[in-house]
Design a protein around this ligand. Structure first.
Ligand code: WT7
Length: 657
């Protein structure tokens, strides 16, 4: 098969980049970390946890007596916001910049740690005044503005639990997430700036809360960013400027149990219903801080760090809102899109703020690469010293381009593998230690135990591909799926007894480096974002045109994978449907409205039948062959083997898009 052939080519990567002596000499991560963690894994994590401020020190590192429900540092107490902000101010670093904010229109704001503390304390008091108590859930639906981070920090400061919902999700997605978590408060803004325009957010909140859809919500706290007109529900909606403006700036952070819930973040699974991934306090912050410092080689006094992820994703939690602040870093937050006003925007930001550590996704790198190196070459990127990649495998070509044109041919690239569920980076090179290999995430971090298993659970060695598992609990592991302990066990722990099944295929190469080979379940990865085939299929069949739908992730040069949908139309709707091009447009818009623009299919293919096994299961593998324009694989298990001929005939006749 061609895919295997490509993988084999990849695995014979011969370009190696050893760390320079100068880099190694000043590197934060020391090679001893590996040895220390190997000798005493729990002691190692306890040492990392002790880098934090504990209101009450812990004496127990891990309680794994009731797997898969782990408890880390569970007799200790701490406050995440105190660790991220107060302690830096108390240590005399209040003047250090915490956030350099760059708005898309070009407006800027700079917040020192002392100023951030002031804002977070006031916001915490405003939340208390709105009746928010420890354990209450608060939904956050915001653009990338400082208030997004301030809101997250304020929520966790008072022991409440946030659920951030990416601003690109629709009102329906928002409503189902708010309702599942039974949120009492929604924090949002009138809108944010995207692609040169004010793009509204508040109307989606209004729609999500309309009627009695989300009865748990008592208030909506609204930040003014764009000053667009917004509808206002008296008694429910509250102005941020007023509520926060009037609140006291005195707030003493109290300690919460290490296993107190910190946040819920919804992510797509293999069924139509997103999973609310639950993270807790002590273990999460320990690993977010440790990985941020060591993987990015953070020298907090001199580095300017920029992670381009939105706070609506786990990367924006661990590596914008928490890890960097826990480490006292100065970071850039940019509101807008990379092409506004032109494709030089990111590089102008790097130049302007002297960004030294840049963390982004392969899909962005491939977009820049397509446009050519002349764009970044126009800017002074000499401040860059470490580059990071996350979200999907980075192909060696993109890796090489990133190193050469953004990293000045010297910056180490850390390809970081992890998931919403793992909470923090699990597999990655360490700059200054690891000899880098383009395309490989390389090695489990010190303290992390990974293995590759075959279908029967047998551990595979070098040169073999199988399923990636984590064999020991880790501090920032998810503690469950909100409200669904059975699904938690079933999804991650049932396949291999006592081991966490990540859902990714992986291979050890001959030198013992790990290569990620993509998802092995019905989850797609589009631009580094996780989407479920089932969720999009159910959005499609909710349209009255559609009788049946099958969705696959097909290889895409820029986005990694793209959503390709095969649909069967309802006979009685055919005359309304117009031609295939109209149908395609209508259905793509429909999915965008139901789930959000990120889920919009790239291609819709109208077919008469779908390939199914005799037991009625859709054979997505065959549809993927069609979508990726490959010869169709083995069809012998199909109930009706002629189906594939008719589908590929259809495609040859011109797929619509
Ligand atoms: C899935 C997790 C972790 C934050 C962003 C995505 C894929 C992630 C890599 C990488 C190859 C990667 C995996 C994983 N993935 N990082 N460096 N190399 N694949 O978080 O939405 O929870 O998705 O993203 O398939 O399972 P997520």
């Amino acid at each position: 098969m061609s895919a295997d052939h490509e993988i084999d080519n990849l695995l014979h990567e011969e370009r190696h980049f050893a760390p320079t002596a100068t880099f190694s000499a000043q590197a934060i991560a020391k090679p001893e970390l590996y040895e220390q963690a190997k000798q005493d894994r729990l002691g190692f994590w306890a040492t990392q946890a002790k880098q934090l401020h504990w209101h009450k020190p812990f004496t127990r590192t891990l309680d794994w007596s009731n797997p898969p429900f782990a408890k880390w540092f569970d007799d200790g107490q701490l406050n995440v916001s105190y660790n991220c902000i107060d302690r830096h101010v108390l240590a005399g670093n209040g003047e250090r910049t915490a956030i350099f904010f760059e708005g898309e229109p070009g407006d800027t704001r700079e917040l020192s740690y002392a100023e951030l503390l002031h804002e977070v304390k006031k916001t915490a008091n405003a939340l208390i005044n709105l009746g928010i108590k420890p354990g209450d859930r608060v939904a956050i639906y915001m653009p990338m503005i400082p208030e997004a981070v301030i809101a997250m920090q304020a929520v966790v400061r008072i022991g409440a639990v946030h659920s951030v919902i990416f601003g690109g999700f629709s009102a329906d997605s928002l409503a189902s997430r708010i309702d599942d978590a039974q949120a009492k408060l929604v924090i949002t803004s009138d809108g944010g700036y995207r692609k040169g325009k004010a793009s509204a957010l508040k109307p989606a909140v209004d729609e999500a809360l309309a009627g009695d859809r989300c009865p748990s919500v008592k208030n909506v706290l609204v930040v003014r960013r764009t000053n667009q007109d917004v509808a206002w529900v008296e008694g429910r909606d509250v102005e941020w400027s007023q509520a926060v403006g009037e609140a006291s700036d005195e707030h003493e952070a109290q300690g919460f149990d290490a296993e107190h819930p910190l946040f819920i973040l919804y992510t797509s699974g293999t069924t139509g219903k997103p999973k609310g991934i639950l993270h807790t306090t002590g273990g999460y912050l320990t690993q977010a801080a440790y990985t941020h410092k060591n993987v990015f080689d953070l020298h907090e006094q001199t580095d300017v760090y920029w992670c381009t992820a939105d706070v609506g994703w786990i990367t924006g939690h661990s590596y914008v809102a928490y890890g960097p602040l826990a480490n006292g870093a100065s970071q850039v937050i940019y509101e807008g899109t990379p092409e506004t006003p032109d494709w030089g925007r990111w590089w102008s930001i790097v130049q302007k703020y002297g960004v030294s550590i840049l963390y982004t996704a392969p899909t962005a790198i491939r977009s820049f690469m397509k446009l050519g190196s002349q764009i970044p070459n126009e800017y002074d990127l000499s401040s860059i010293r470490v580059l990071g990649s996350v979200g999907e495998p980075i192909n060696p070509e993109a890796w090489m381009w990133y190193r050469k044109h953004i990293g000045g041919s010297h910056a180490p690239i850390v390809d970081t593998w992890w998931q919403t569920e793992t909470g923090a980076i699990m597999v990655s090179p360490l700059p200054g230690i690891t000899t880098l290999k383009p395309g490989s995430a390389q090695v489990p971090l010190p303290g992390v135990s990974a293995a590759i298993l075959d279908d029967d659970g047998k551990e595979l060695g070098r040169g073999h591909a199988g399923l990636l598992v984590l064999t020991e609990p880790w501090p920032s592991m998810l503690r469950g799926i909100w409200g669904d302990p059975e699904r938690f066990k079933e999804t991650y722990w049932a396949r291999f007894e006592g081991k966490y099944f990540a859902g990714d295929g992986a291979k050890w190469d001959e030198e013992g480096d790990l290569w990620l080979l993509g998802r092995v379940d019905d989850v797609m990865n589009v631009s580094g974002h996780r989407l479920s085939t089932a969720e999009i299929e159910s959005a499609l069949v909710s349209h009255h045109f559609v009788a049946e739908a099958a969705v696959v992730g097909a290889k895409d040069e820029t986005t990694g994978q793209a959503v390709v949908a095969f649909v069967i139309l309802r006979q009685n709707q055919l005359e309304n449907a117009g031609n295939d091009a109209d149908v395609s447009k209508i259905l793509r818009d429909h999915v965008s409205k139901e789930i959000g623009p990120i889920a919009r299919p790239r291609t819709i293919i109208v077919v008469k039948e779908l390939p199914k096994t005799r037991s009625g299961k859709i054979m997505r593998r065959l549809l993927r062959d069609v979508a990726e324009d490959r010869p169709i694989g083995d069809v012998t298990t199909l109930a009706d083997t002629s189906v594939m001929q008719s589908i590929s005939g259809k495609l040859a006749g011109g797929a619509n898009d």
